[in-house]
Ligand binder design. Structure first.
Ligand SMILES: [Zn+2]
Length: 667
């Protein structure tokens, strides 16, 4: 018996150590080594042991303490009341147990709840004084957080001024990175050889907790607010009314929240959200169920770590175990060499996953990934496959260490690695892999949108020597194309027409399509606005560029570097020769001036990208999210959550046809 207890004590201590290690990786370094689900299982195991053997309980145990700390470099902010974390459940059974416990605690049977989505981001407290944002803080250890006011001021979604002006207000919310933005952001980082983030939450956390607020300013962060913590005026008696009030005051509040009357309605809400999950523009990892009555919330109270009146009901994890068959190296547009694991195909969240990026050599070492290893793969944010970890205990004798090639696997060119990058690059300017990627980028939807010039065709055109540079696209002949394997006369003709059409694309889009390193869609727009022709941009000095808001020193260097390369100058000359317009007309004035549009759903007559261009050409603005400032929501087929939000905010909703009528009137 005594011996058993020793074993149990050791087990408990072990679990605590493991949990603390993973908490540091998760909260401090934004680089977890296990999945959230596995982490929750560790905590759950520890909690059960501590409950069964109370003699080993400790106030310092991770089950008693909120995860996270205040990093050096930030001033601490003491919260007006603790920012607690939620307890998790994973099944309807556990959910019902919680309901039974809660009913006992508050001594009531007829409880009403509010169901909300649980956003996977970074918890923050926002402080307002007479309507002005005066402070923003992270959760930290729950009692005190980090002062991130300067960073929050740069986030568009964080209201700097609200309509509640009577004294103090502290609200709690979640800073997150929308999935689409996360995907682009990570792709860009991978291409730049920077460390990539495992999921949108880590990206949001890493982006907000920047010592330099101008870095935060360039990250695509958003906000949802979900709780009033302190208010000088009296607040409504229910949580649901508080959410409406927050909305009225000007905060972004999610529109999925609803009142639930019993366990059945909670279960239905859960299944509905599981089904809808894939369509959310943000990452949600579960639902949160809260008591609706604030009075009963107070009666239920909290433990040191979590409130008793709320619980997180997590979605099933989107992950699966599989085997690595091989590790290959891919060559990107700028020559970046990315190791990719080829997997035994496995279904995750309804999608077959057969490859997963390993990002770079350091990442392979950090996770100790080998060929033939069994691994856990997750779809981060429900989209991008991500290798969570390997199972070393299942490693077969024939597992093989990955050896990075000495030369480019495509062209045999020399490999180069600069000191400040984790990534290696092929340094051959004529590398075919790079050329193919550059052409693909140029023809892609967001660039020149040349439909018909897809991956396979680009491969064939480069391999057959018909495309030796991006500009060759504009000198292709219909006859030449129809000679290509399986390309009929009709598709050849169509492609030539598409290429011809693309000559009319706006200057900002061409700038983006050129593929200058670190110049994304938004940066290209800024550049096009500041420099009305590519010749002016070419003449700009690094100092000129750095001065522009939204252009950092790294981007400036890349732009200068781009124009230093002779091939690029030749490319620009040939594009001009082909008839592309590499200059813009300044259009901040126009019939849509002062109007903000949001587009949701699929448009039938044009792409969203083009619709955005049309609005901007007419002087209007297009925003990604519906706020009080939105004038019109344009609704296509299968609209997303923006539709509901616009209805709630009484925003004018127009169909695609009404949109065309509106712009033709204005044109
Ligand atoms: Zn190469």
């Amino acid at each position: 018996m005594e011996e058993d207890k020793d074993i149990i004590r050791e087990k408990i201590e072990n679990l605590r150590k493991q949990i603390e290690k993973h908490r540091t990786l998760y909260y401090e370094e934004n680089a977890p080594l296990i999945s959230d689900y596995e982490y929750d299982l560790l905590e759950k195991e520890l909690k059960e042991l501590e409950e069964k053997y109370p003699q080993f309980a400790s106030k310092k145990s991770p089950t008693e303490v909120v995860g996270g700390t205040v990093s050096k470099g930030f001033s601490p902010v003491v919260h007006p009341s603790p920012l607690l974390s939620l307890e998790n459940v994973y099944s309807e059974g556990e959910m019902n147990d919680w309901l039974i416990r809660l009913k006992k605690v508050v001594e009531r049977d007829d409880l009403e709840f509010v169901g909300e989505l649980k956003f996977d981001g970074l918890s923050v407290a926002l402080f307002y004084e007479n309507g002005q944002l005066i402070r923003a803080a992270t959760r930290g250890d729950g009692t005190a957080g980090e002062d991130v006011t300067q960073n929050a001021l740069h986030i568009k979604d964080v209201p700097k001024e609200i309509s509640f002006k009577n004294g103090n207000l502290v609200v709690r919310g979640e800073i997150y990175m929308p999935i689409k933005e996360f995907k682009e952001f990570n792709e860009k980082r991978e291409e730049e050889g920077l460390e990539v983030f495992a999921n949108p939450r880590n990206a949001a956390s890493g982006s907000l907790r920047q010592i330099d607020p101008s870095v935060t300013a360039q990250r695509p962060l958003s906000l949802f607010v979900y709780q009033i913590m302190v208010c000088s005026s009296e607040i409504p008696p229910t949580h649901f009314e508080c959410l409406n009030l927050l909305r009225q005051w000007g905060f972004p509040v999610d529109s999925f929240s609803r009142i639930l009357k019993n366990g059945k309605e909670i279960a239905d809400f859960y299944s509905e959200m599981v089904t809808l999950k894939a369509s959310f523009p943000y990452d949600a990892d579960g639902i949160v169920i809260k008591l609706n009555s604030i009075e009963l919330q107070n009666r239920a109270g909290s433990t040191a770590r979590s409130p008793r009146w709320a619980i997180a009901y997590k979605f099933p994890p989107e992950q699966a175990k599989t085997k690595i068959k091989d590790i290959v190296v891919q060559v990107g547009r700028t020559g970046a060499l990315t190791p990719v694991a080829i997997l035994d195909p496995v279904k995750i969240g309804g999608v077959i996953v057969s490859r997963v990026s390993l990002h770079n050599e350091d990442e392979i070492k950090r996770k100790d990934v080998r060929v033939n290893d069994t691994v856990l793969v997750e779809r981060a944010g429900g989209v991008i496959p991500y290798l969570v970890r390997v199972f070393p205990e299942e490693r077969p004798d024939d597992s093989k260490n990955f050896v990075f090639p000495d030369t480019c696997p495509v062209c045999g060119g020399r490999i180069h690695k600069s000191e400040d990058e984790a990534i290696k690059r092929c340094s051959n300017k004529n590398c075919k892999a790079q050329l193919k990627e550059a052409i693909r980028h140029f023809a892609s939807r967001e660039s020149m949108d040349i439909s018909g010039l897809g991956k396979i065709l680009v491969d064939k055109l480069v391999e057959s020597g018909k495309l030796n540079s991006i500009s060759d696209i504009y000198f292709l002949k219909e006859k030449e194309l129809s000679e290509i394997d399986r390309m009929g006369a009709k598709s050849a003709k169509n492609l030539i027409e598409e290429i011809e059409k693309s000559k009319k694309r706006a200057y900002a889009r061409i700038l983006y399509a050129l593929g200058i390193r670190m110049v994304g869609v938004e940066t290209a727009k800024i550049l096009a606005e500041k420099f009305h022709s590519i010749d002016l941009l070419k003449k700009a000095s690094e100092e000129d560029l750095i001065k522009i808001e939204g252009i950092g020193p790294k981007v400036s260097k890349e732009i200068i570097e781009f124009f230093r390369i002779e091939e690029n100058i030749k490319l620009i000359d040939r594009l001009k020769e082909a008839g592309l317009t590499l200059e813009g007309t300044k259009k901040t004035e126009g019939p849509l001036k002062g109007l903000t549009f949001v587009i949701t759903g699929t448009l039938s007559k044009t792409t969203r990208v083009r619709a955005k261009e049309i609005i901007e050409e007419l002087g209007g603005k297009v925003s990604d999210s519906v706020t009080k400032e939105t004038n019109f929501l344009v609704v296509g087929a299968e609209p997303g959550s923006k539709f509901e939000k616009a209805k709630k905010l009484n925003i004018k909703i127009i169909s695609e046809n009404e949109f065309y009528e509106l712009i033709f009137q204005k044109e």
